[in-house]
Write a protein that binds this ligand. Structure first.
Ligand code: HEM
Length: 530
Protein backbone atom coordinates (compact mmCIF):
# COMPACT_ATOMS: atom_id res chain seq x y z
CA UNK A 1 0.00 0.00 0.00
CA UNK A 2 1.36 3.45 -0.94
CA UNK A 3 2.19 5.90 1.92
CA UNK A 4 -0.45 8.41 0.67
CA UNK A 5 -3.12 5.72 0.86
CA UNK A 6 -2.04 4.80 4.36
CA UNK A 7 -2.26 8.45 5.37
CA UNK A 8 -5.80 8.72 3.94
CA UNK A 9 -6.82 5.60 5.84
CA UNK A 10 -5.48 7.02 9.07
CA UNK A 11 -7.25 10.33 8.47
CA UNK A 12 -10.60 8.67 7.78
CA UNK A 13 -10.28 6.33 10.78
CA UNK A 14 -9.41 9.23 13.08
CA UNK A 15 -12.40 11.24 11.82
CA UNK A 16 -14.76 8.30 12.23
CA UNK A 17 -13.35 7.77 15.72
CA UNK A 18 -14.00 11.34 16.80
CA UNK A 19 -17.50 11.40 15.36
CA UNK A 20 -18.42 8.14 17.08
CA UNK A 21 -16.76 9.26 20.28
CA UNK A 22 -18.76 12.48 20.47
CA UNK A 23 -22.02 10.60 19.78
CA UNK A 24 -21.49 7.89 22.38
CA UNK A 25 -19.46 9.72 24.99
CA UNK A 26 -22.36 9.74 27.37
CA UNK A 27 -22.43 5.99 27.71
CA UNK A 28 -19.88 4.35 30.04
CA UNK A 29 -18.75 1.36 27.89
CA UNK A 30 -18.64 2.96 24.48
CA UNK A 31 -15.31 4.79 24.81
CA UNK A 32 -13.62 1.52 25.77
CA UNK A 33 -15.10 -0.31 22.78
CA UNK A 34 -14.26 2.50 20.38
CA UNK A 35 -10.72 2.79 21.69
CA UNK A 36 -10.21 -0.95 21.22
CA UNK A 37 -11.67 -0.77 17.71
CA UNK A 38 -9.47 2.18 16.88
CA UNK A 39 -6.28 0.54 18.09
CA UNK A 40 -6.99 -2.77 16.33
CA UNK A 41 -7.79 -0.95 13.07
CA UNK A 42 -4.52 0.91 13.33
CA UNK A 43 -2.65 -2.31 14.04
CA UNK A 44 -4.27 -4.12 11.11
CA UNK A 45 -3.47 -1.29 8.75
CA UNK A 46 0.14 -1.09 9.80
CA UNK A 47 0.50 -4.87 9.52
CA UNK A 48 -1.06 -4.84 6.06
CA UNK A 49 1.14 -1.94 5.10
CA UNK A 50 4.18 -3.91 6.27
CA UNK A 51 3.28 -6.94 4.20
CA UNK A 52 1.64 -5.39 1.15
CA UNK A 53 4.75 -4.37 -0.72
CA UNK A 54 5.63 -5.46 -4.25
CA UNK A 55 7.52 -8.74 -3.92
CA UNK A 56 6.08 -9.32 -0.46
CA UNK A 57 7.17 -9.26 3.14
CA UNK A 58 10.95 -9.77 2.62
CA UNK A 59 11.09 -6.57 0.55
CA UNK A 60 9.54 -4.38 3.27
CA UNK A 61 12.78 -2.51 3.94
CA UNK A 62 13.52 -1.80 0.28
CA UNK A 63 10.21 -0.49 -1.02
CA UNK A 64 11.53 3.06 -1.36
CA UNK A 65 14.89 2.18 -2.88
CA UNK A 66 13.97 -0.35 -5.56
CA UNK A 67 11.38 -0.36 -8.32
CA UNK A 68 11.02 -4.11 -8.45
CA UNK A 69 7.61 -5.66 -8.97
CA UNK A 70 6.26 -9.05 -8.03
CA UNK A 71 3.67 -10.97 -6.04
CA UNK A 72 3.03 -10.01 -2.43
CA UNK A 73 2.33 -13.62 -1.59
CA UNK A 74 1.16 -14.79 1.81
CA UNK A 75 1.87 -12.92 5.04
CA UNK A 76 5.20 -14.13 6.48
CA UNK A 77 5.50 -17.06 4.02
CA UNK A 78 5.53 -14.97 0.85
CA UNK A 79 5.65 -17.18 -2.25
CA UNK A 80 6.87 -20.28 -0.37
CA UNK A 81 3.53 -22.11 -0.81
CA UNK A 82 4.06 -21.98 -4.60
CA UNK A 83 7.52 -23.56 -4.45
CA UNK A 84 6.52 -27.21 -4.68
CA UNK A 85 7.07 -29.77 -7.39
CA UNK A 86 6.00 -27.38 -10.18
CA UNK A 87 7.68 -24.18 -8.89
CA UNK A 88 9.23 -23.50 -12.33
CA UNK A 89 5.83 -23.34 -14.11
CA UNK A 90 4.18 -21.34 -11.34
CA UNK A 91 7.02 -18.80 -11.28
CA UNK A 92 6.83 -18.56 -15.08
CA UNK A 93 3.08 -17.77 -14.93
CA UNK A 94 3.65 -15.20 -12.18
CA UNK A 95 6.36 -13.47 -14.22
CA UNK A 96 3.99 -13.30 -17.20
CA UNK A 97 1.02 -12.03 -15.21
CA UNK A 98 3.12 -9.36 -13.44
CA UNK A 99 4.77 -8.43 -16.75
CA UNK A 100 8.03 -9.05 -14.90
CA UNK A 101 9.86 -11.52 -17.11
CA UNK A 102 12.99 -9.40 -17.04
CA UNK A 103 13.10 -9.33 -13.27
CA UNK A 104 10.53 -10.21 -10.63
CA UNK A 105 10.82 -9.79 -6.88
CA UNK A 106 9.37 -12.30 -4.48
CA UNK A 107 9.71 -13.42 -0.90
CA UNK A 108 10.59 -16.91 0.21
CA UNK A 109 9.80 -16.47 3.86
CA UNK A 110 12.11 -13.70 5.06
CA UNK A 111 14.49 -14.19 2.09
CA UNK A 112 14.28 -11.56 -0.68
CA UNK A 113 14.54 -13.17 -4.10
CA UNK A 114 14.75 -11.88 -7.66
CA UNK A 115 14.06 -14.14 -10.60
CA UNK A 116 14.88 -13.60 -14.25
CA UNK A 117 12.83 -15.23 -17.02
CA UNK A 118 14.60 -13.36 -19.80
CA UNK A 119 17.92 -14.06 -21.56
CA UNK A 120 19.25 -10.51 -21.11
CA UNK A 121 18.76 -10.23 -17.35
CA UNK A 122 19.76 -13.91 -16.98
CA UNK A 123 23.08 -12.96 -18.60
CA UNK A 124 23.52 -10.03 -16.21
CA UNK A 125 22.99 -12.33 -13.22
CA UNK A 126 24.97 -15.37 -14.33
CA UNK A 127 27.95 -13.44 -15.66
CA UNK A 128 27.93 -10.71 -13.01
CA UNK A 129 30.78 -10.94 -10.52
CA UNK A 130 28.37 -9.68 -7.84
CA UNK A 131 26.49 -12.98 -8.15
CA UNK A 132 29.35 -15.45 -8.05
CA UNK A 133 28.46 -16.86 -4.62
CA UNK A 134 25.57 -19.13 -3.80
CA UNK A 135 23.14 -18.90 -0.89
CA UNK A 136 23.77 -22.03 1.11
CA UNK A 137 21.01 -24.21 2.48
CA UNK A 138 21.70 -25.77 5.86
CA UNK A 139 21.45 -29.26 4.38
CA UNK A 140 24.03 -28.50 1.64
CA UNK A 141 26.44 -27.09 4.24
CA UNK A 142 26.02 -30.08 6.55
CA UNK A 143 26.53 -32.47 3.65
CA UNK A 144 29.98 -30.90 3.09
CA UNK A 145 29.19 -29.09 -0.17
CA UNK A 146 30.50 -25.84 1.28
CA UNK A 147 33.99 -27.41 1.04
CA UNK A 148 33.31 -28.61 -2.52
CA UNK A 149 32.91 -26.65 -5.78
CA UNK A 150 29.13 -26.16 -5.71
CA UNK A 151 28.81 -24.03 -2.59
CA UNK A 152 32.32 -22.88 -1.72
CA UNK A 153 32.40 -19.04 -1.71
CA UNK A 154 34.01 -17.76 -4.89
CA UNK A 155 37.48 -17.11 -3.43
CA UNK A 156 40.90 -18.72 -3.70
CA UNK A 157 39.78 -22.12 -2.41
CA UNK A 158 36.88 -22.38 -4.90
CA UNK A 159 39.16 -21.32 -7.79
CA UNK A 160 41.70 -23.95 -6.77
CA UNK A 161 39.01 -26.67 -6.72
CA UNK A 162 37.68 -25.65 -10.14
CA UNK A 163 41.19 -25.62 -11.57
CA UNK A 164 42.01 -29.07 -10.16
CA UNK A 165 38.70 -30.50 -11.43
CA UNK A 166 39.09 -28.86 -14.84
CA UNK A 167 42.48 -30.49 -15.43
CA UNK A 168 41.94 -33.82 -13.70
CA UNK A 169 38.28 -34.65 -14.18
CA UNK A 170 36.79 -32.65 -17.03
CA UNK A 171 39.59 -31.94 -19.53
CA UNK A 172 39.00 -33.24 -23.11
CA UNK A 173 41.96 -35.62 -22.62
CA UNK A 174 40.41 -37.08 -19.45
CA UNK A 175 36.97 -37.38 -21.06
CA UNK A 176 38.48 -39.19 -24.03
CA UNK A 177 40.48 -41.44 -21.70
CA UNK A 178 37.25 -42.60 -20.09
CA UNK A 179 35.61 -43.76 -23.33
CA UNK A 180 36.33 -47.46 -22.74
CA UNK A 181 34.58 -47.19 -19.35
CA UNK A 182 31.53 -45.54 -20.95
CA UNK A 183 31.48 -48.29 -23.61
CA UNK A 184 31.66 -51.06 -21.02
CA UNK A 185 28.89 -49.54 -18.92
CA UNK A 186 26.80 -49.07 -22.09
CA UNK A 187 27.22 -52.78 -22.94
CA UNK A 188 26.07 -53.72 -19.43
CA UNK A 189 23.02 -51.47 -19.77
CA UNK A 190 22.09 -52.96 -23.17
CA UNK A 191 22.19 -56.41 -21.60
CA UNK A 192 19.91 -55.30 -18.77
CA UNK A 193 17.44 -53.75 -21.24
CA UNK A 194 17.41 -57.01 -23.21
CA UNK A 195 16.94 -59.13 -20.07
CA UNK A 196 14.16 -56.90 -18.69
CA UNK A 197 12.26 -57.25 -21.95
CA UNK A 198 12.78 -61.02 -22.06
CA UNK A 199 11.87 -61.63 -18.43
CA UNK A 200 9.26 -58.96 -17.63
CA UNK A 201 7.95 -58.01 -21.07
CA UNK A 202 8.56 -54.35 -20.23
CA UNK A 203 11.62 -52.16 -19.74
CA UNK A 204 11.81 -49.69 -16.86
CA UNK A 205 14.71 -47.55 -17.95
CA UNK A 206 15.12 -45.39 -14.85
CA UNK A 207 16.73 -48.07 -12.67
CA UNK A 208 19.01 -49.22 -15.50
CA UNK A 209 20.16 -45.67 -16.28
CA UNK A 210 20.72 -44.80 -12.63
CA UNK A 211 22.77 -47.93 -12.02
CA UNK A 212 24.79 -47.37 -15.19
CA UNK A 213 25.34 -43.73 -14.37
CA UNK A 214 26.46 -44.53 -10.82
CA UNK A 215 28.96 -47.20 -11.81
CA UNK A 216 30.28 -44.94 -14.59
CA UNK A 217 30.91 -42.03 -12.21
CA UNK A 218 32.23 -44.27 -9.41
CA UNK A 219 34.86 -45.75 -11.68
CA UNK A 220 35.86 -42.45 -13.19
CA UNK A 221 36.30 -41.04 -9.69
CA UNK A 222 37.83 -44.03 -7.85
CA UNK A 223 39.10 -46.35 -10.58
CA UNK A 224 38.22 -50.02 -10.74
CA UNK A 225 35.82 -51.02 -7.95
CA UNK A 226 37.54 -54.40 -7.60
CA UNK A 227 40.68 -52.63 -6.34
CA UNK A 228 38.89 -51.73 -3.12
CA UNK A 229 37.78 -54.15 -0.44
CA UNK A 230 35.31 -51.61 0.95
CA UNK A 231 33.65 -50.98 -2.46
CA UNK A 232 33.51 -54.50 -3.81
CA UNK A 233 31.82 -55.71 -0.61
CA UNK A 234 28.57 -53.86 -1.29
CA UNK A 235 30.15 -50.43 -0.76
CA UNK A 236 29.22 -49.12 -4.19
CA UNK A 237 25.55 -49.93 -3.58
CA UNK A 238 25.83 -48.18 -0.22
CA UNK A 239 27.28 -45.10 -1.94
CA UNK A 240 24.37 -45.18 -4.41
CA UNK A 241 21.93 -45.20 -1.48
CA UNK A 242 23.80 -42.31 0.13
CA UNK A 243 23.49 -40.28 -3.08
CA UNK A 244 19.74 -40.97 -3.10
CA UNK A 245 19.39 -39.98 0.54
CA UNK A 246 21.46 -36.81 -0.03
CA UNK A 247 19.20 -35.87 -2.96
CA UNK A 248 16.12 -36.26 -0.81
CA UNK A 249 17.57 -34.24 2.06
CA UNK A 250 18.74 -31.34 -0.11
CA UNK A 251 15.47 -31.24 -2.04
CA UNK A 252 13.38 -31.37 1.15
CA UNK A 253 11.53 -28.23 2.14
CA UNK A 254 13.13 -26.84 5.29
CA UNK A 255 11.50 -23.84 6.95
CA UNK A 256 14.74 -22.80 8.67
CA UNK A 257 16.35 -22.07 5.27
CA UNK A 258 13.99 -19.15 4.75
CA UNK A 259 13.93 -17.65 8.25
CA UNK A 260 16.57 -16.98 10.82
CA UNK A 261 15.77 -20.10 12.84
CA UNK A 262 19.16 -21.74 12.48
CA UNK A 263 18.92 -23.33 15.94
CA UNK A 264 15.70 -25.20 15.07
CA UNK A 265 15.29 -28.49 13.23
CA UNK A 266 11.54 -28.74 12.53
CA UNK A 267 11.69 -31.66 10.14
CA UNK A 268 14.77 -33.45 11.49
CA UNK A 269 16.67 -32.59 8.27
CA UNK A 270 19.77 -31.39 10.11
CA UNK A 271 19.91 -34.50 12.27
CA UNK A 272 19.64 -36.72 9.17
CA UNK A 273 22.29 -34.64 7.33
CA UNK A 274 24.73 -35.02 10.25
CA UNK A 275 24.19 -38.77 10.17
CA UNK A 276 24.62 -39.01 6.41
CA UNK A 277 27.73 -36.78 6.40
CA UNK A 278 29.31 -39.05 9.01
CA UNK A 279 28.54 -42.08 6.84
CA UNK A 280 29.97 -40.40 3.71
CA UNK A 281 33.11 -39.36 5.58
CA UNK A 282 33.58 -42.89 6.81
CA UNK A 283 32.98 -44.66 3.45
CA UNK A 284 34.81 -42.19 1.19
CA UNK A 285 37.53 -41.71 3.82
CA UNK A 286 38.06 -45.48 3.87
CA UNK A 287 38.40 -45.52 0.07
CA UNK A 288 41.00 -42.74 0.21
CA UNK A 289 42.91 -44.58 2.94
CA UNK A 290 42.89 -47.86 1.00
CA UNK A 291 44.15 -46.04 -2.05
CA UNK A 292 46.92 -44.31 -0.14
CA UNK A 293 48.07 -47.65 1.27
CA UNK A 294 48.33 -49.30 -2.15
CA UNK A 295 50.78 -46.73 -3.52
CA UNK A 296 51.57 -48.67 -6.68
CA UNK A 297 48.01 -47.97 -7.92
CA UNK A 298 48.52 -44.22 -7.82
CA UNK A 299 51.14 -43.88 -10.50
CA UNK A 300 49.81 -43.86 -14.05
CA UNK A 301 46.16 -44.33 -13.08
CA UNK A 302 43.53 -42.29 -14.82
CA UNK A 303 40.85 -41.84 -12.17
CA UNK A 304 40.18 -38.61 -10.28
CA UNK A 305 41.28 -39.89 -6.87
CA UNK A 306 44.68 -41.01 -8.13
CA UNK A 307 45.26 -37.63 -9.79
CA UNK A 308 44.27 -35.88 -6.55
CA UNK A 309 46.74 -38.01 -4.61
CA UNK A 310 49.55 -37.29 -7.03
CA UNK A 311 49.12 -33.49 -7.04
CA UNK A 312 52.24 -31.46 -6.15
CA UNK A 313 52.50 -30.65 -2.44
CA UNK A 314 51.41 -27.02 -2.76
CA UNK A 315 48.21 -28.02 -4.62
CA UNK A 316 47.32 -31.04 -2.51
CA UNK A 317 44.00 -31.06 -0.64
CA UNK A 318 43.53 -32.01 3.01
CA UNK A 319 41.76 -35.32 3.65
CA UNK A 320 38.39 -33.82 4.57
CA UNK A 321 38.41 -31.49 1.54
CA UNK A 322 39.30 -34.44 -0.68
CA UNK A 323 36.35 -36.40 0.72
CA UNK A 324 34.07 -33.40 0.05
CA UNK A 325 35.04 -33.01 -3.61
CA UNK A 326 34.99 -36.76 -4.36
CA UNK A 327 31.54 -37.00 -2.80
CA UNK A 328 30.38 -33.98 -4.83
CA UNK A 329 31.48 -35.55 -8.12
CA UNK A 330 29.52 -38.73 -7.39
CA UNK A 331 26.55 -36.74 -6.14
CA UNK A 332 26.36 -34.36 -9.13
CA UNK A 333 27.40 -36.82 -11.81
CA UNK A 334 24.91 -39.61 -11.14
CA UNK A 335 21.35 -38.37 -11.44
CA UNK A 336 21.73 -35.51 -13.91
CA UNK A 337 22.82 -37.86 -16.71
CA UNK A 338 20.22 -40.55 -15.88
CA UNK A 339 17.38 -38.00 -15.71
CA UNK A 340 18.30 -36.38 -19.03
CA UNK A 341 18.45 -39.78 -20.73
CA UNK A 342 15.11 -40.90 -19.31
CA UNK A 343 13.42 -37.78 -20.73
CA UNK A 344 15.17 -38.40 -24.06
CA UNK A 345 13.98 -42.00 -24.25
CA UNK A 346 10.44 -40.88 -23.37
CA UNK A 347 10.54 -38.48 -26.31
CA UNK A 348 11.94 -41.21 -28.56
CA UNK A 349 9.04 -43.53 -27.66
CA UNK A 350 6.51 -40.74 -28.24
CA UNK A 351 7.98 -39.56 -31.57
CA UNK A 352 8.61 -42.70 -33.59
CA UNK A 353 9.41 -40.72 -36.77
CA UNK A 354 12.18 -38.82 -35.00
CA UNK A 355 13.54 -42.02 -33.46
CA UNK A 356 13.67 -43.64 -36.91
CA UNK A 357 15.44 -40.66 -38.41
CA UNK A 358 18.05 -40.68 -35.63
CA UNK A 359 18.64 -44.41 -36.11
CA UNK A 360 19.06 -43.96 -39.85
CA UNK A 361 21.66 -41.29 -39.20
CA UNK A 362 23.57 -43.65 -36.89
CA UNK A 363 23.33 -46.57 -39.34
CA UNK A 364 24.66 -44.42 -42.20
CA UNK A 365 27.49 -43.07 -40.08
CA UNK A 366 28.69 -46.22 -38.30
CA UNK A 367 27.03 -49.07 -40.18
CA UNK A 368 24.46 -51.45 -38.72
CA UNK A 369 26.82 -53.84 -37.01
CA UNK A 370 29.69 -51.89 -35.59
CA UNK A 371 29.83 -50.10 -32.24
CA UNK A 372 29.15 -46.35 -32.00
CA UNK A 373 32.23 -44.57 -30.71
CA UNK A 374 32.87 -41.11 -29.23
CA UNK A 375 34.55 -40.12 -32.50
CA UNK A 376 31.25 -40.74 -34.36
CA UNK A 377 29.30 -38.18 -32.32
CA UNK A 378 30.45 -35.06 -34.26
CA UNK A 379 29.04 -36.79 -37.37
CA UNK A 380 25.62 -37.27 -35.79
CA UNK A 381 24.12 -33.74 -35.86
CA UNK A 382 20.52 -35.00 -35.66
CA UNK A 383 21.27 -36.99 -32.50
CA UNK A 384 22.87 -33.91 -30.96
CA UNK A 385 19.86 -31.83 -31.98
CA UNK A 386 17.58 -34.31 -30.19
CA UNK A 387 19.54 -33.90 -26.95
CA UNK A 388 19.38 -30.10 -27.29
CA UNK A 389 15.63 -30.22 -27.83
CA UNK A 390 15.22 -32.41 -24.72
CA UNK A 391 17.38 -29.96 -22.74
CA UNK A 392 15.12 -27.17 -23.98
CA UNK A 393 11.82 -28.84 -23.13
CA UNK A 394 12.92 -30.74 -20.03
CA UNK A 395 15.94 -28.96 -18.53
CA UNK A 396 17.15 -31.12 -15.58
CA UNK A 397 17.75 -27.89 -13.63
CA UNK A 398 14.80 -25.66 -14.67
CA UNK A 399 15.75 -23.05 -12.05
CA UNK A 400 19.42 -23.88 -12.67
CA UNK A 401 19.42 -26.13 -9.58
CA UNK A 402 21.41 -23.85 -7.35
CA UNK A 403 20.79 -20.14 -7.05
CA UNK A 404 23.21 -17.22 -6.83
CA UNK A 405 23.64 -14.64 -4.08
CA UNK A 406 24.12 -10.86 -4.47
CA UNK A 407 27.27 -10.24 -2.41
CA UNK A 408 26.77 -6.47 -2.53
CA UNK A 409 24.23 -3.96 -3.84
CA UNK A 410 24.08 -4.26 -7.61
CA UNK A 411 21.91 -3.08 -10.49
CA UNK A 412 20.19 -5.58 -12.77
CA UNK A 413 18.24 -4.15 -15.67
CA UNK A 414 18.95 -0.73 -14.11
CA UNK A 415 17.06 -1.77 -10.96
CA UNK A 416 18.69 -1.96 -7.55
CA UNK A 417 19.10 -5.47 -6.17
CA UNK A 418 20.27 -5.18 -2.56
CA UNK A 419 23.11 -7.24 -1.09
CA UNK A 420 21.91 -10.52 0.39
CA UNK A 421 19.25 -11.09 -2.29
CA UNK A 422 18.97 -14.59 -3.74
CA UNK A 423 18.98 -14.46 -7.55
CA UNK A 424 17.48 -17.21 -9.68
CA UNK A 425 17.13 -17.80 -13.41
CA UNK A 426 14.03 -19.59 -14.64
CA UNK A 427 15.62 -21.39 -17.60
CA UNK A 428 12.43 -23.40 -18.08
CA UNK A 429 10.46 -20.14 -18.60
CA UNK A 430 13.03 -18.86 -21.11
CA UNK A 431 13.17 -22.10 -23.06
CA UNK A 432 9.34 -22.26 -23.24
CA UNK A 433 8.83 -18.61 -24.19
CA UNK A 434 6.93 -18.15 -27.46
CA UNK A 435 8.58 -14.76 -28.06
CA UNK A 436 11.96 -16.56 -28.17
CA UNK A 437 11.13 -19.99 -29.62
CA UNK A 438 8.79 -20.76 -32.50
CA UNK A 439 6.16 -23.27 -31.40
CA UNK A 440 7.86 -23.71 -28.03
CA UNK A 441 5.76 -26.67 -26.86
CA UNK A 442 6.44 -28.78 -29.96
CA UNK A 443 9.25 -31.33 -29.82
CA UNK A 444 11.15 -30.40 -32.94
CA UNK A 445 14.89 -31.21 -33.04
CA UNK A 446 15.03 -29.86 -36.62
CA UNK A 447 15.00 -26.32 -35.19
CA UNK A 448 18.63 -26.91 -34.11
CA UNK A 449 19.65 -28.06 -37.60
CA UNK A 450 18.36 -24.75 -38.99
CA UNK A 451 20.08 -22.70 -36.30
CA UNK A 452 23.09 -23.91 -34.34
CA UNK A 453 22.46 -22.88 -30.73
CA UNK A 454 25.19 -23.67 -28.20
CA UNK A 455 23.95 -25.18 -24.93
CA UNK A 456 27.26 -24.66 -23.17
CA UNK A 457 26.44 -21.29 -21.60
CA UNK A 458 27.21 -18.68 -24.26
CA UNK A 459 23.62 -18.33 -25.54
CA UNK A 460 21.23 -17.48 -22.72
CA UNK A 461 18.18 -18.57 -24.73
CA UNK A 462 19.23 -22.11 -23.84
CA UNK A 463 21.71 -22.48 -21.00
CA UNK A 464 20.69 -25.68 -19.18
CA UNK A 465 24.16 -25.94 -17.62
CA UNK A 466 24.10 -22.36 -16.36
CA UNK A 467 26.65 -19.77 -17.49
CA UNK A 468 29.43 -17.53 -16.29
CA UNK A 469 32.01 -18.28 -13.64
CA UNK A 470 29.89 -20.91 -11.91
CA UNK A 471 28.76 -22.68 -15.09
CA UNK A 472 28.55 -26.48 -14.72
CA UNK A 473 32.11 -27.79 -14.99
CA UNK A 474 30.78 -31.30 -15.81
CA UNK A 475 28.81 -30.28 -18.90
CA UNK A 476 31.19 -31.74 -21.51
CA UNK A 477 31.52 -35.01 -19.59
CA UNK A 478 27.73 -35.16 -19.07
CA UNK A 479 27.04 -34.55 -22.77
CA UNK A 480 29.71 -37.03 -23.94
CA UNK A 481 28.02 -39.71 -21.80
CA UNK A 482 24.47 -38.86 -22.87
CA UNK A 483 25.36 -38.73 -26.59
CA UNK A 484 27.21 -42.04 -26.57
CA UNK A 485 24.62 -43.92 -24.52
CA UNK A 486 21.69 -42.51 -26.50
CA UNK A 487 23.36 -43.56 -29.77
CA UNK A 488 23.92 -47.08 -28.37
CA UNK A 489 20.34 -47.37 -27.09
CA UNK A 490 18.92 -46.36 -30.48
CA UNK A 491 21.40 -48.44 -32.45
CA UNK A 492 20.67 -51.62 -30.53
CA UNK A 493 16.91 -51.45 -30.01
CA UNK A 494 13.72 -50.09 -31.48
CA UNK A 495 11.86 -48.36 -28.63
CA UNK A 496 8.09 -48.71 -28.48
CA UNK A 497 5.34 -47.71 -26.05
CA UNK A 498 4.39 -50.29 -23.42
CA UNK A 499 0.76 -50.78 -22.38
CA UNK A 500 0.95 -47.73 -20.13
CA UNK A 501 1.16 -44.59 -22.28
CA UNK A 502 4.16 -42.28 -21.83
CA UNK A 503 3.34 -39.67 -19.20
CA UNK A 504 5.31 -36.42 -19.53
CA UNK A 505 4.20 -35.04 -16.14
CA UNK A 506 7.07 -33.40 -14.31
CA UNK A 507 8.15 -33.38 -10.70
CA UNK A 508 10.71 -30.86 -9.52
CA UNK A 509 12.90 -32.23 -6.76
CA UNK A 510 16.59 -31.33 -6.82
CA UNK A 511 16.30 -31.98 -10.57
CA UNK A 512 13.27 -32.03 -12.85
CA UNK A 513 12.27 -35.68 -13.04
CA UNK A 514 9.55 -37.59 -14.87
CA UNK A 515 6.78 -37.91 -12.29
CA UNK A 516 5.98 -41.44 -13.43
CA UNK A 517 8.99 -43.50 -14.48
CA UNK A 518 9.09 -44.40 -18.16
CA UNK A 519 7.94 -47.90 -19.08
CA UNK A 520 8.41 -49.11 -22.63
CA UNK A 521 9.04 -52.17 -24.72
CA UNK A 522 11.94 -52.80 -27.07
CA UNK A 523 12.68 -54.86 -30.14
CA UNK A 524 16.23 -56.07 -30.51
CA UNK A 525 17.64 -55.17 -33.89
CA UNK A 526 18.84 -58.14 -35.95
CA UNK A 527 22.33 -56.84 -36.34
CA UNK A 528 23.02 -56.86 -32.63
CA UNK A 529 25.17 -59.49 -30.94
CA UNK A 530 24.50 -59.93 -27.25
C1 HEM B 1 23.12 -33.47 -17.89
C2 HEM B 1 23.99 -33.20 -17.04
C3 HEM B 1 24.11 -31.96 -16.18
C4 HEM B 1 23.31 -30.84 -16.06
C5 HEM B 1 22.02 -30.51 -16.79
C6 HEM B 1 23.95 -29.96 -15.08
C7 HEM B 1 23.46 -28.71 -14.70
C8 HEM B 1 24.12 -27.86 -13.82
C9 HEM B 1 23.66 -26.53 -13.50
C10 HEM B 1 22.42 -25.85 -14.07
C11 HEM B 1 24.55 -25.98 -12.62
C12 HEM B 1 24.50 -24.56 -12.01
C13 HEM B 1 25.28 -23.61 -12.93
C14 HEM B 1 25.19 -22.14 -12.60
O1 HEM B 1 24.94 -21.75 -11.45
O2 HEM B 1 25.37 -21.33 -13.54
C15 HEM B 1 25.57 -26.97 -12.37
C16 HEM B 1 26.64 -26.81 -11.52
C17 HEM B 1 27.54 -27.82 -11.23
N1 HEM B 1 27.61 -29.06 -11.83
FE1 HEM B 1 26.45 -29.77 -13.30
N2 HEM B 1 25.08 -30.57 -14.63
C18 HEM B 1 25.22 -31.78 -15.27
C19 HEM B 1 26.24 -32.69 -15.12
C20 HEM B 1 27.25 -32.60 -14.20
C21 HEM B 1 28.27 -33.60 -13.98
C22 HEM B 1 28.40 -34.90 -14.78
C23 HEM B 1 29.07 -33.14 -12.96
C24 HEM B 1 30.25 -33.78 -12.30
C25 HEM B 1 30.61 -35.01 -12.40
C26 HEM B 1 28.55 -31.83 -12.56
C27 HEM B 1 29.09 -31.03 -11.57
C28 HEM B 1 28.66 -29.75 -11.25
C29 HEM B 1 29.29 -28.91 -10.23
C30 HEM B 1 30.48 -29.30 -9.37
C31 HEM B 1 28.59 -27.69 -10.23
C32 HEM B 1 28.88 -26.47 -9.34
C33 HEM B 1 29.74 -25.44 -10.10
C34 HEM B 1 30.11 -24.21 -9.26
O3 HEM B 1 29.34 -23.80 -8.41
O4 HEM B 1 31.21 -23.64 -9.49
N3 HEM B 1 27.46 -31.54 -13.34
N4 HEM B 1 25.29 -28.11 -13.12
Amino acid sequence: MKPTLTFLWLLITTLVYHVLRSIFLTTFYWPLIINTLFISTLLTISLINYWLVPGGFAWRNYKQSTKLIGPMGWPILGTLPQMGSSAHTKLASLATSFKAKRLMALSLGATPVVISSHPETAREILFGSSFSDRPIKDSAGLLMFERAIGFAPSGTYWRKLRRIAAFNMFSPRRILGLESLRQRVADEMMLKVFKDMEEKGVVEVRGILQEGSLSNILESVFGSISNYNCLSLGGSEELGNMVKEGYELIAKFNLEDYFDFKFLDFYGVKRKCHKLAAKVTSVVGQIVEERKRSKELVIGDNDFLSTLLSLPKEERLGDSDMVAILWEMIFRGTDTVAILLEWTMARMVLHQDIQMKARQEIDICVGQNSHVRDSDIPNLPYLQAIVKEVLRLHPPGPLLSWARLAVHDVHVDKTLVPAGTTAMVNMWAISHDSSIWEDPLTFNPERFLKEDVSVMGSDLRLAPFGAGRRVCPGRALGLATVHLWLAQLLHNFVWLPAQVPVDLSESLKLSLEMKNPLKCSVVLRKSMTM
